[in-house]
Unconditional design. Sequence first.
Lengths: 224, 234
Amino acid sequence: MTDRTIVIPGEVIFKGDDYLPGEGTEKHGDEIVAIRYGLAEETKKLVKVIPLSGVYLPRRGNVVIGKVEMITANGWVININTAENAFLSIMEVPRYVNKDDLREVLDIGEMVAAKIYSIGGRGVDLTIAMKELGRLDQGIIININPNKVPRVIGKEGSMISLIKDETKCRITVGQNGLIWINGNKVEDELFAKKAIVHVAENSTISGLTDEMKEWFEKNKEIKN
Amino acid sequence: MTEFKRPDGRKVNELRKITAKVGVIPNADGSAIFGFGDTIAIAAVYGPKKMHPQHSQNPEKGTLRCTYNMMSFSVTERIRPGPSRRSQEISKITEWALQPIVMIDEFAGQVVDVHINVLQANASTRCAGINAAAMALAQAGIPMKNLVSSVSIGKLDKQLVTDLIKAEEDWEEGEGPTDIPITLTGDGKISHIQLDGQISFKQLREAVTLAEGAYKEIHAAQEKALKEVGEMEK
C-alpha cells in the first residue's frame, strides 16, 4: 500500500501473515482488521490506524498543557481536557518543594506544561522535570482540535519551527490541543495564533508547510 | 400469486431512499444523520468522558449510555416532549443493540454518551436511530468491532416486506401487521431483534434473510458517508 486510505471499523486492511497489527487494528485469523475509524498506514509491515476525530486520549511521552484544579498533600491535580484528571507529584518537580506551601510552586488556576510519564490504573502521571516544561506565567494559550496537532507540528517539527521563526515567539504545543504562545509583543503572539488557527483550519491541504511560507509573505505586510 | 402491492409502490424487499451524512454537529465528538425516506434520525456522541454521578461509575469497564428522543414536531400530531415509557424502552434497546460492537472496556469509570433525536418519523425510527448512532460512534473514534445496521421487517397479512412505513404498520387486512426490527453486526450476527405481533418460525427465518439483504445496502451507505468525511479530513 503506497497511499493512506480511510478505513471504518470492521474493515479488512490486509490479508495474509505478512503484516503486524498495530494501534487501532486487530488480527482475526490471517486478516488485519481496523477497530477504529481513521487513516490506515503501513510502515515496515506494521499496520496502524491514525484517528481523524474524537476526543484526546493520553499517551505516554506526550507533552500536554493543563490547568491546576486541586492541590493535595503530595502534588497537584491537573485538568488536561481528558476524562481522568492527571496528577503531578512533588517528586517530579525539579526543585525543593516545601510540603506546606505547594501553592508557591503552582497555584490553583495556573497553567502548566507537563509530560506524561506513565499511565497506570489510577490515571495519568505527569512530570515537569525536563527542559521547557513547568508553569506558564506569561503569554497566551489557545485551544485547537487535538486531531490537528500533528499538522501544526508538521513533519519532524517543520511547521512549528517555521511559525516560531516567522513570529519570533516561543511556542509549546500540547498534544491535547492546548498551545502556549509567548512573544515579546502581544502583536507577535496574536500573529502566531492566527497562523496556527490557519494551519488547523486548512489541515487538509498537502504541502501545507510551503503554503504557509507564502501565507507568511502575504500577511507580514498587513501586520506591519 | 398476484404481485403484492405496497401503499407506496415499493417492491417487497425495497428500502426507502437512504440518506446518510457524518459530522453534522460540530460540537459533538462524533455525529451523524440517517434517514429512511422521510424517517430521519440524528445522533450525537460525546466522550469517553468521566461518568457523573459518581455512583453510576463502573470501575471495571466503560459504560455506553443511549438516549432516544422524538422531537415534538416529528409526527403529525404533536407529541409531548420529554421522556416517555416508549422512549426509555427504545433507549435501552439501542444500548443493547450497540453494546456487542463497542470496545470500551478500557475506559473504566467513563461513559460514552449517545444522543439520538428523531427529527421526522414515519415508522422504523429506532432502526434509523441505531444506524445513525453506529456512524456517530465510529466518527467519535470509539474502538468498535464493526458497524451495525438496523432495518425493520414487516409481515403484512402473510407477506414479508422490508422497511415499514406508518401506513403499513397500521395494516388492517388478513392477519394484520407484524413489525420486526432487526439489527445485524458486521460479522453476520444479530445484536437486536424485536417482535410485535405473530409470526411462524419458518417466516421469522425468512425475515432474517430479508434483513441480511437490506444490511448490505445500509452498510454501504454508512461506509460511503464515513469515507466521504474522511477524504475531506485527510
